[in-house]
Design a protein around this ligand. Structure first.
Ligand code: SAM
Length: 264
């Protein structure tokens, strides 16, 4: 069922914060079912907006942290939710230290967000720094971006984002959401994805990004050329990686292997 919220949202909508409000109650229920919160858990919602999803979570978990950048919405949320288990933090999530939040409640965090359209990637990269204290993450994002995150080698969507995200997490695409489920109606479909942190040895992310930039910024070039600043043909052969492959033919494990071999 889609309710007519348009007039209500028109008054509060701010484009600069990438605000697109979910109004389809069936989708909201579906998302809550997918998150499957348990009463002893802690959920952090990034960008709760008007609290459309939040209000269905309130009674289902032990603690709820709401991180909202928009002071008007944060004030409204404070008036709406007075429960003891809710902590409303009005700030840019990029400034949130999830280690501190996790320490405060002495457990790992479950993150959820209908991510703001304009800075999904920087938010995702920020939370990756705290992967050790994250139990799982459910993010709704634009379908095109979701496809890049889940892409596998030899596909045109496979790129930097796929390699980085799949190093840190097992990724499960869950549902596709139609533009008509939101106000204002976006031009694109959205996808809800579940990220489950993998038990990985930590990696130097800057080095990985350096390799990925060199490889994918010239994705049609063979890596013997695109990566020549970092590895000689002899090195690549020694590492069992065919120098005549192109960026999108290198597996995720091969990128990590190369990252650990960089000598700078
Ligand atoms: N959760 C609501 C919903 O589904 O209806 C709103 C989702 S809307 C796509 C994104 C929300 O994130 C907005 O409430 C926006 O104000 C908030 N937001 C945008 N950038 C943010 C940031 N850097 N830190 C925290 N919240 C942010």
């Amino acid at each position: 069922m889609v309710m007519n919220y348009n007039n209500l949202y028109k008054k509060i909508f701010k484009r600069k914060f990438g605000q697109v409000f979910l109004k389809d109650t069936n989708i909201i229920k579906n998302i809550i079912d997918l998150i499957h919160p348990k009463i002893n858990q802690t959920i952090v919602e990034i960008g709760p907006g008007t609290g459309a999803i939040t209000k269905k979570l309130v009674n289902l978990v032990k603690y709820l942290f709401l991180i909202e950048i928009d002071i008007d919405l944060a004030t409204k949320l404070t008036n709406k939710f007075s429960n003891n288990n809710i902590n409303i933090i009005c700030q840019n999530v990029i400034n949130t230290n999830f280690f501190i939040l996790s320490r405060q409640i002495n457990q790992k965090l479950r993150l959820f967000s209908n991510l703001p359209y304009n800075n999904c990637i920087s938010i995702i990269f920020h939370v990756l720094k705290y992967i050790d204290v994250i139990h799982d993450m459910h993010f709704m994002l634009q379908k095109e971006l979701a496809n890049r995150i889940i892409a596998v080698p030899h596909s045109k969507e496979y790129g930097k984002l796929s390699v980085i995200m799949q190093y840190y997490c097992n990724i499960v695409p869950l549902i596709t959401v139609s533009p008509t489920s939101f106000y204002p109606i976006p031009k694109v479909y959205s996808t809800v994805i579940k990220f489950i942190p993998r038990n990985r040895i930590s990696i130097n992310l800057d080095k990985l990004i350096l390799i990925l930039n060199l490889a994918f910024n010239q994705r049609r070039k063979k890596i013997r050329n695109s990566l020549k600043k970092l590895f000689s043909v002899k090195d690549l052969v020694k590492y069992n990686i065919d120098p005549s492959l192109r960026a999108d033919e290198i597996t995720i494990d091969q990128y990590y292997y190369l990252t650990n071999k960089i000598n700078i």
